[in-house]
Design a protein around this ligand. Structure first.
Ligand code: FDA
Length: 281
């Protein structure tokens, strides 16, 4: 393994779909679900976007039946920056294969330059597809409205804090404010949604989610906690043993740098890990 691959290995399952599926098998043995992500973003070449969409179709067919065929995709990887029509066409093709194999496609949310376009493409596809969900980011001021609209349409939402650098004019920049928004939106999704996905490693938010579900007698089947591969693996297991559904986001592929960089930016312990690895510790 080359040095950069070795560093990314903490957060990335490997360079191939086989390596990701192998992680999916290990998770399944522990009662943990997975969503698979072929890494990459900001593709500005239509032919490359098409190849990436085809690779996602192949992935959906390759995930064994016993592992849920659940993938996460970024629309900028499917040519959103080339043309919205191309992106719609490629994503619809992936959704078609997902339908054929009983799979589900989650559309990740990217930086604010793509927020509205991502929601628009999702809503267009949603009219014809049940097997697609969206991600909304608690740090954006607009998100509570987006959550309410999604709930009114019966859309499946994954809530996360948000991983991109956004200006104070559109996003909360203090962690306390982001957490308050996360808690508000979690309560909305749990109370009114049927497949709420609450994505965080933040213990205070995990506890809030579970306490609220208990208080409101929301059954475990109505929501799941989601975490990223490599982060808090012991917690995935304790939560699963306690009866909470957990899904792990399993990224793979060679285009890992932007994903890796976001993981370093959001938590100093992740930087320390990389420094320790470099020093051979
Ligand atoms: P954060 O990193 O803010 O940490 C807060 C606290 O959590 C820490 O102080 C510590 O107490 C605890 N903690 C965190 N990591 C820990 C660890 N490894 N060990 C022990 N304690 C730890 N973003 C986006 O913009 N678009 C998207 O589509 C997605 N998709 C997505 C899917 C999934 C499944 C997840 C989990 C996350 C995303 N994200 C995302 C990323 C998300 O927006 C956010 O950047 C990260 O999850 C980091 O925020 P957290 O809430 O996890 O904790």
């Amino acid at each position: 393994m080359r040095l950069p691959d070795f560093l990314a290995a903490r957060f990335v399952a490997g360079s191939t779909a086989e390596s990701a599926v192998a992680v999916g098998r290990r998770l399944l043995a522990l009662g943990i679900r997975a969503t698979f992500d072929l890494l990459g973003e900001d593709v500005h070449d239509g032919a490359a976007a098409r190849r990436i969409a085809e690779a996602n179709q192949a992935l959906l067919r390759q995930i064994p039946l016993e592992i849920e065929r659940n993938v996460s995709v970024k629309l900028s990887n499917f040519g959103l920056g080339v043309s919205r029509d191309l992106c719609l066409e490629l994503t619809a093709e992936v959704l078609g294969v997902a339908r054929e194999v009983g799979g589900f496609v989650r559309i990740d949310m990217e930086g604010s330059a793509h927020t509205q376009a991502t929601i628009d493409v999702f809503q267009t596809l949603r009219r014809q597809h049940d097997n697609v969900g969206i991600v909304l980011q608690a740090y954006l001021h607009r998100t509570e409205d987006d959550v309410k609209e999604a709930l009114s349409r019966g859309d499946r939402v994954r809530l996360c804090k948000g991983a991109y650098k956004e200006p104070a004019s559109i996003a909360w920049t203090k962690m306390d404010d982001v957490r308050s928004s996360f808690r508000r939106n979690t309560r909305l999704l749990l109370a009114r949604g049927s497949h709420a996905a609450i994505a965080t490693h933040d213990e205070s938010l995990i506890r809030h989610t579970i306490a609220y579900a208990l208080e409101e007698k929301i059954p475990a089947s109505r929501f799941e906690l989601q975490m990223l591969y490599g982060l808090r693996p012991r917690r995935w297991e304790t939560l699963t043993r306690a009866g909470t559904h957990v899904r792990v986001y399993v990224p793979y592929g060679t285009r890992w740098f932007p994903y890796f960089y976001r993981r370093l930016r959001e938590r100093k312990e992740n930087v320390l890990f990389v420094l320790r690895s470099l020093l051979g510790g």
